[in-house]
Ligand binder design. Structure first.
Ligand SMILES: *Cc1c(COP(=O)(O)O)cnc(C)c1O
Length: 366
């Protein structure tokens, strides 16, 4: 069986965590939790200053212009979809749907009785559609990086009217973005930022703040999903209810590291380096092929690599797992003979090369 293949130690990466989220957590982040503020009140200055550290760290990281704010709340990106259904979409949204995550948000708003049916523009997995701007649309929604397929698109407003709302859950921190091209850029800490789950964070433009304040006042909204309440609490460096303080500490630690290394530009150079390594390897391989056929859509943070049918990718992932290389199984519902590899900024590009060598080693022995 493939899980009895023993990969020589000199071929193994220094860290075997290549999961798309939760993703590799650095030991410095774990040390950051060993902190006397753990177990103390989130309404007191010590914890609030850590929330402030995350908000300021993100402002610096994304070089936010005046008027842009960082807001946060509990429940992860999935909770943010529901919040957006109440307080961001006015009446009718247009969605780009090119994988599991984009499709989920779109179907949630379709079911909302207070909204018009959205327009959902879909493409096959591995490709991406384009917006079709139209005066009836008040909100344009798309993932920046579709984590289920490894497709990343350029974030560009389709028109100046309406809000541009971007699911940046796996992209934020690892892919370049022009802040002037969105109104809302939301994400969770357990992907490119390599912290832990349970929180959502969003960068909001002045236009988005205006929309939130109006809809939160005029439309009945469950308090937990109320972005007006989230805005007020965030400005006071708090969340509406109790957050996981450990997640905040790990996120703050990672942001300080990113910013000290050169911020988003440095992170993008790391993920680009990793991506060149894995796609370059797949292009040369006789049995591996990038699943995303258009090079300009290939994600620099999530690589999906198909294998020739004479090789069973589940045997590869089993052998890798037995050797401590974890979570490169493909997205379960995609159902392809492939591996999926995260290349978030904390992942060493040299480890991505090592991973490809390990895959070659396993394939030779299947
Ligand atoms: C992981 C992911 C989500 C879901 O995030 P949660 O924090 O688990 O709710 C949403 N969108 C994208 C693009 C993701 O990668």
């Amino acid at each position: 069986m493939s899980d009895s293949i023993k990969i020589p130690a000199e071929l193994l990466p220094t860290d075997g965590r290549f999961g798309a989220g939760p993703s590799k957590v650095r030991k410095e982040q774990i040390s950051a939790i060993n902190n006397s503020i753990m177990g103390t009140s989130h309404r007191q200055a010590a914890v609030k200053s850590q929330v402030g550290r995350v908000r300021d760290g993100l402002s610096q990281f994304f070089k936010l212009p005046d008027g842009y704010e960082v807001i946060l709340g509990n429940g992860g990106s999935t909770a943010f979809w529901d919040a957006a259904t109440f307080n961001l979409i006015d009446n009718k949204a247009q969605f780009l749907s090119f994988g599991e995550f984009g499709a989920k948000f779109a179907s949630g708003t379709k079911a909302a009785p207070h909204l018009a049916d959205p327009e959902i523009l879909s493409s096959n997995p591995g490709d991406a559609p384009n917006f079709q701007p139209d005066d009836s649309i008040d909100t344009y929604c798309t993932p920046h990086n579709e984590t289920s397929t490894g497709v990343a698109i350029e974030i560009k407003r389709p028109t100046d009217s309406g809000l541009m709302v971007v699911d940046a859950t796996s992209a934020a921190g690892g892919l370049n973005v022009d802040v002037s091209q969105f109104d809302v850029y939301y994400f969770a800490p357990q992907k490119s930022f390599g912290a832990d789950g349970g929180l959502w964070l969003a960068i909001v433009s002045p236009k988005a703040v205006e929309r939130i304040e109006r809809l939160a006042k005029d439309r009945w909204t469950p308090a937990f999903l109320d972005l007006g309440i989230a805005l007020e609490n965030s400005r006071a460096n708090q969340t509406y209810n109790t957050p996981a303080v450990a997640t905040i500490l790990m996120m703050a630690e990672q942001l300080d590291w990113f910013n000290s290394q050169g911020g988003l530009d440095w992170c993008v150079s790391r993920t680009t380096d990793s991506a060149n390594r894995i796609y370059g390897w797949a292009d040369q391989s006789n049995v591996a092929t990038p699943f995303v056929s258009k090079p300009n859509l290939r994600s620099n943070v999530i690589a999906t690599i198909d294998f020739d049918e004479k090789i069973d990718a589940t045997e590869i992932t089993k052998a890798l797992r037995a050797n401590g290389i974890l979570d490169v199984e493909p997205y379960r519902k995609l159902g392809r003979n492939q591996i999926r590899v995260a290349m978030f900024p904390a992942i060493e590009p040299t480890d991505v090369s090592k991973l490809t060598q390990c895959v070659d080693y396993v394939i030779e022995r299947l």
